[in-house]
Design a protein around this ligand. Structure first.
Ligand code: ADP
Length: 589
């Protein structure tokens, strides 16, 4: 009991895994272990998702950046081509013969004609304004000559682009217009004749239309000058200021604009990349969740399958064990039964041997009683034979009638020898061990033999024996010797019962009943004692001092072996034994 409790407590200290197998993990440690495992799983999952987010964010950012760069390059290209056109205009005009001629002649009419030309050109080149300044700094022709804001007459000798162009032949300056107050890029180019600088052609380019296209795109576009201040922007308030500081969610895509030393900036948001990354992470989380659910389901199914397989295996094992135990028990029973059958057969063989021995012993006992009578039966004829022989021997052959006497004596001797032979032959047959075969036996012969063997006793007991005539052809199913044994036994019992009685009688009567024959052996003795009748055909029941009490039992068994029966009736007038025998089938004709 103590051992049992200890065992239980040990079992409780162990955790069971999903298969019900014992895990060598004490329960105290199991919970923290599970919590740790859960935390590790969550951390791993978080890290994984963060990895997915970072990867997809970087990927999306690269794509977004490439898009923005493409757009920036496009804008830079547009800007550049526009600027190149304006440069070309200044280049072409600096070499224009009308312009050179006008500057050389310094005639107002020619200046006006050039102004008209500039006005036409401006509309075609979409320049803001085109004008020509003579070497003194005085503006002589201008595309806006006809307008109130005409530059003609204004002196721009102070403007850096004029001075630089006069000095170096060419100049580019981003500045506010002195009259329009509008910012623009001034392309200045010196007009040279015979190595002398006659003046400067200026083409002002304004960026309002381009800047207008930059607005409303969801991203800011700036162009900064060499010093980093903003020149071009859709937001005029930010002009001539440094580039606004970027937040960490903004990307600055920069394209160099060669020639002027400018940079085009497109400030875009990483929102699209973030949205893509969030979507990818959510998808991954969803996929993970789905995978987890699927795995859990699969694991559950696997577990159920394993459990049912284990249950099935256990059931099969138990069944096999049961079958083995049952088979073992059955073979043991079978073995025992076979042994019993063998023993029983041996016992039966021993019993039947014993019975045969008993029958023989009973017969020999009867034979003992018969022998005395038979000896008497033999002595008498032998003495008679002797007297007859002596009488014959004492006759003188010559005497008259001697021959006839001798012949008569000899024939009497022969008759007596025959009778002696008959008696000894019957005695020999009776004493032989009977065969167990049942065969047709002539009833008359069997009855006569048993009477013959008892003849002297009949005489000794002064018993009168009456026997119904029996048909010599009547045959019954029996064994001759054993049938005689039964009859001898019954006759002896009758004689013994009639011992000392006056008018002792034994009667043998015959009756037929279908295929049965009934032979009754009746005496007029005292009848069966009641204690014998109560246990009739039971072994060792006897009233005789030297009796065995086996005669009737054996007779009863013998008749049963013949397929017949033995019964007894008794009253104050004597005892009657009835032998029922099967009639033998008639022999084939
Ligand atoms: P046993 O002759 O050795 O006693 P039996 O079996 O032949 O054995 O007979 C059993 C008993 O049945 C006898 O002892 C006798 O008492 C009784 N018995 C048999 N035959 C007769 C008969 N004809 N009349 C009276 N009693 C008989």
């Amino acid at each position: 009991m103590e051992f049992h409790t200890e065992k239980l407590s040990i079992v409780r200290n162990f955790a069971k895994d999903y298969d019900g197998r014992m895990l060598l993990v004490p329960r105290k440690i199991l919970l923290p272990l599970l919590v740790l495992a859960g935390l590790a799983c969550t951390a791993g999952l978080g890290l994984g998702l963060w990895g997915v987010y970072s990867l997809s964010y970087n990927g999306a950012l690269r794509i977004v950046s490439e898009d923005v760069e493409t757009r920036a390059r496009l804008r830079a290209a547009v800007l550049q081509s526009e600027m190149e056109r304006q440069t070309t205009v200044s280049l072409v005009l600096s070499d224009d013969s009308d312009v050179t001629a006008a500057l050389l002649s310094n005639r107002p009419a020619l200046y006006t004609s050039v102004s008209q030309k500039l006005e036409r050109l401006r509309t075609q080149t979409r320049s803001a304004v085109i004008y020509i300044i003579q070497a003194s700094g005085q503006t002589v022709s201008a595309s806006n000559w006809a307008l109130p804001v005409s530059f003609v007459g204004s002196n721009y000798s102070f403007r850096p682009y004029f001075r630089e162009a006069m000095a170096n032949g060419t100049a580019t300056q981003f500045a506010l217009g002195t009259v329009s107050r509008k910012p623009g890029l001034f392309f200045a180019r010196a007009v040279t004749a015979s190595g002398r600088r006659l003046g400067v052609v200026v083409v002002k380019m304004e960026f309002d239309p381009i800047e207008a296209t930059w607005g409303g795109l969801g991203e800011d576009t700036y162009v900064t000058g060499p010093t980093g201040e903003v020149f071009l922007t859709a937001h005029p308030e930010r002009r001539f200021k440094p580039l606004p500081a970027l937040t960490d969610r903004q990307i600055d895509t920069v394209i160099d604009l060669p020639g002027v030393g400018w940079k085009l900036h497109v400030i875009s948001s990483d929102q699209a990349a973030r949205d893509t990354a969030i979507a990818a992470t959510l998808t991954a989380a969803l996929a993970l969740g789905l995978l987890g659910t699927l795995s859990a389901w699969q694991w559950r199914r696997l577990r159920q399958r394993r459990q049912s397989a284990a249950r099935e295996a256990e059931y099969r094992e138990r069944l096999e064990r049961d079958v083995a135990t049952r088979t073992e028990a059955l073979s043991a029973t079978n073995e025992r039964l076979s042994k019993e059958v063998r023993e029983r057969r041996t016992a039966e063989r021993r019993l039947s041997r014993l019975q045969a021995d008993l029958v023989q012993a009973n017969k020999l006992a009867s034979l003992g009683q018969i022998t005395a009578g038979v000896a008497h039966e033999i002595n008498q004829p032998v003495a008679t034979i002797r007297v007859l022989a002596e009488t014959a021997a004492s006759q003188k052959p010559s005497a008259r009638g001697a021959k006839a006497l001798i012949a008569e004596n000899l024939s009497a001797i022969i008759r007596m020898c025959d009778r002696l032979g008959h008696i000894t032959s019957e005695l020999r047959t009776f004493s032989r061990k009977a065969s167990s075969d049942v065969e047709p036996v002539p009833l008359k012969e069997a009855v006569e033999s048993s009477i013959l063997l008892n003849e002297s006793r009949l005489r000794d007991h002064r018993v009168t024996l009456n026997c119904d005539p029996i048909d010599p052809a009547l045959r019954v199913m029996a064994s001759r010797v054993r049938l005689e044994q039964v009859l001898v036994n019954l006759l002896q019992n009758a004689f013994e019962a009639l011992d000392g009685a006056t008018d002792a009688q034994v009667r043998l009567s015959l009756s037929a009943d279908g295929d049965r024959v009934r032979l009754r052996v009746a005496d007029n003795g005292p009848g069966l004692p009641p204690e014998v009748q109560a246990q009739l055909f039971t072994p060792f029941v006897t009233t005789k001092p030297k009796g065995l009490g086996l005669g009737l039992v054996i007779a009863h068994d013998i008749l049963r072996d013949f397929g017949g029966a033995l019964s007894a009736e008794s009253d104050g007038t004597g005892a009657t034994f009835i032998l029922t025998l099967r009639k033998a089938p008639d022999p084939a004709p």
